[in-house]
Design a protein around this ligand. Structure first.
Ligand code: ASP
Ligand code: MG
Length: 427
């Protein structure tokens, strides 16, 4: 049986972290592992900056590229002897970016984005695979783009499941005849015409689920810098506790509402094949983390999910006509077309309000196409707070010092759109 391990950017952030990943992998000598790795540390953000600079025609591209190259080189120098063949392989990858930067801009900027951004995972997986080999852990590096076949919706590609399943059978399984570990990249895929695509930011968890699904894996292990799934983000809250077990249902709800611990798209494929998912700490690899699997609903403590950078758009008719089905269907059609994921919504007689993650690019296109048929206003810099399994004390605590713009309760979930209260300065 296959197991899929996913290591995120923080778990390979520097040479010491990569050594730690190797230590973890050495503990599983009897398993067949697909190891999915993200780009090192904040590389993807850096590559995003590079792409932005390039599309704006800015001269910053060279500096950004150099600093990314240097940070990778620092890590490689700490792990390998001078002259190791890995340096040439890394160089070749940087050259693919340099080519893109030298070319005339492609008409589809999202296409260019994927060609640049995907290199982060190619670099990290190359380093990890070579270092494992150096440490005596036999493994095979695999290009995920030979397997994760997608449509051509660049930057947010959809997986073509049948293709992925047949490629897993024809390309991945035979690799296990060479070694028990296959190292590959999260986040990236390819169209049938061999154009590189990506699956959406933080998409490496999803890649792990894709391989798990297509290989009918025994389980998926996501190695993180937290001990498991917690009742709230420890960066924002005190007194958080680890949740030992979660149902697929609870996990998909939590991540849908914005819990950052795993990517929301991860749950469906594994639920469909009842593959358990384990979230564990790479800092404390022996300790059980959270297990997500099929089981009866559990009694859970309040779980708080906070999403910032929310916007609320208020769309109303200009002539006092009701916002009826035909308006709504037009609005929804445009929201879908521009991939604006609705977090909350409400309609009244002549208005429709919707809350989503603020994204300049998508919202401007949406508004442009909506035209001037409606009056539109927008509130920004809001927070969306979701409490699953809420109780009065938690709700009270969460409302402290906040202006509540919107609140909705459905069964065991309460959601609020809030704004930090204005600071009143006395003169
Ligand atoms: N490296 C990609 C990102 O940072 C994918 C991932 O980390 O999951 O978005
Ligand atoms: Mg990342």
């Amino acid at each position: 049986m296959y197991k899929v391990f996913k290591f995120g950017g923080a778990s390979v952030r520097d040479a010491e972290a990569i050594r730690n990943v190797v230590r973890i992998l050495k503990k599983y000598p009897n398993d067949k592992l697909v190891v999915v790795v993200s780009a090192i540390g904040k590389t993807t953000n850096g590559l995003e900056e590079l792409w932005k600079a390039y599309t704006k025609g800015s001269d910053k591209t060279t500096t950004i590229l150099q600093s990314l190259q240097e940070s990778h080189l620092r890590i490689a120098n700490a792990l390998f002897e001078p002259g190791d063949p890995v340096f040439d392989r890394l160089n070749d990858l940087w050259v693919t970016i340099e080519w893109v930067l030298e070319e005339e801009p492609h008409p589809d900027q999202n296409y260019t984005y994927d060609q640049i951004i995907s290199v982060g995972e190619l670099l990290s997986s190359t380093i990890l695979s070579a270092f494992l080999e150096k440490e005596g852990v036999s493994n095979t590096w695999m290009d995920a783009r030979d397997v994760v076949i997608t449509d051509d919706h660049y930057r947010e590609a959809s997986v073509l499941w049948d293709r992925v399943e047949s490629r897993c059978a024809s390309k991945v399984i035979p690799l296990f005849e060479q070694s028990d570990i296959v190292v590959t990249q999260g986040f990236i895929g390819s169209t049938l015409d061999n154009n590189t695509t990506t699956l959406g930011r933080e998409g490496s968890d999803y890649t792990a689920a894709i391989f798990g699904y297509a290989l009918n894996a025994a389980g998926i292990w996501i190695w993180k810098d937290v001990p498991g799934i917690l009742t709230a983000d420890p960066k924002h809250f005190n007194n958080v506790i680890k949740i030992e077990r979660l149902t697929y249902r609870e996990a998909i709800e939590m991540t849908y509402y914005g819990a950052k611990v795993i990517h929301p798209k991860t749950i469906k494929p594994i639920q469909n094949k009842l593959i358990p998912l384990y979230v564990r700490s790479f800092l404390d690899p022996e300790v059980d983390g959270t297990m997500i699997s099929a089981m009866d609903e559990l009694k859970l403590p309040p779980i708080i999910v906070l999403e910032d950078n929310q916007a609320m758009l208020h769309i109303s008719s200009k002539d006092f006509s009701f916002i009826g089905e035909h308006h709504l269907s037009r609005i929804f059609g445009l929201l879908a077309k521009h991939h604006l994921k609705i977090n909350l919504m409400r309609n009244t007689a002549i208005s429709f309000s919707v809350c989503f993650q603020y994204d300049d690019r998508k919202i401007n296109r949406f508004l442009e196409e909506l035209g001037d048929e409606f009056t539109v206003t927008m509130d920004r810099e809001l927070e969306l707070i979701t409490i699953r399994h809420y109780n009065a004390a938690t709700v009270k605590e969460m409302k402290k010092n906040k202006v509540i713009l919107f609140e909705e309760r459905i069964r065991d979930t309460i959601q609020m759109v809030t704004r930090p209260s204005p600071v009143i300065v006395r003169k």
